[in-house]
Design a protein around this ligand. Structure first.
Ligand code: SF4
Length: 192
């Protein structure tokens, strides 16, 4: 079901619109209804909807978390329901990098190369404790968080996160994309 937007979310920042607890005005309600009934949209919103509804992850697994990642395409979890089942073998055809597992320093350079080869816009999910922070591997061999080398959009907690958690991470990413939130590399930049 389509979510009704407030005028404030369309960039109209008048005192009446921004007033917390004031509730939607009649004008605001009618505008929302009108947009829904006529199917009005902008090119940006239509493009964001298309991008969010057809995320293609890169085929890239690092450690134990990767087994959980692989299972999201199975019949039990069926990530195809969310349009994200087309794992690509080439980073040039993918727009989502799921970092599934600990990143050894040895793998940091190949991972960054894959990320650089992906076309923009592109997104990154850090799956599990190891990808997010090094997890239990607080040692010289493991990168203490993949956000040191790529810009991460979504962190999925757990060791390992269950497939449902990863699917939720993908759904949250879709929500961000459809809401017009720019990819993390545009907000925070990427270390060179
Ligand atoms: S978070 Fe846990 S399951 Fe995932 S790679 Fe690290 S140790 Fe393995």
């Amino acid at each position: 079901m389509a979510v009704k937007k407030r005028l404030a979310q369309y960039g109209l920042h008048s005192e009446r619109v921004m007033w917390q607890g004031k509730g939607p005005s009649v004008f605001e309600q009618e505008l929302g209804d009108l947009e829904q009934q006529l199917g009005l949209t902008t090119v940006e919103k239509a493009v964001a909807w298309a991008q969010g509804s057809s995320i293609w992850p890169d085929t890239f697994g690092l450690a134990c978390c990767a087994i959980e990642m692989m299972s999201i395409v199975s019949a039990r979890y069926d990530v195809a329901r969310f349009g994200a089942e087309v794992f690509r073998s080439s980073p040039r055809q993918a727009d989502l990098l799921i970092v599934s597992g600990r990143v050894a320093h040895k793998m940091a350079a190949p991972l960054r190369q894959i990320y650089d080869q992906m076309l923009e816009p592109k997104w990154v999910i850090a799956m599990g404790a190891c990808a997010s922070s090094g997890g239990m591997f607080n040692n010289y061999a493991v990168l203490q968080g993949v956000d040191k080398i790529v810009a991460v959009d979504i962190h999925v907690p757990g060791c390992p996160p269950r497939p449902e958690a990863l699917v939720e991470g993908i759904v949250r990413l879709q929500e961000k994309i459809k809401a017009g939130v720019p990819p993390a590399y545009e907000i925070r930049g990427v270390a060179s």
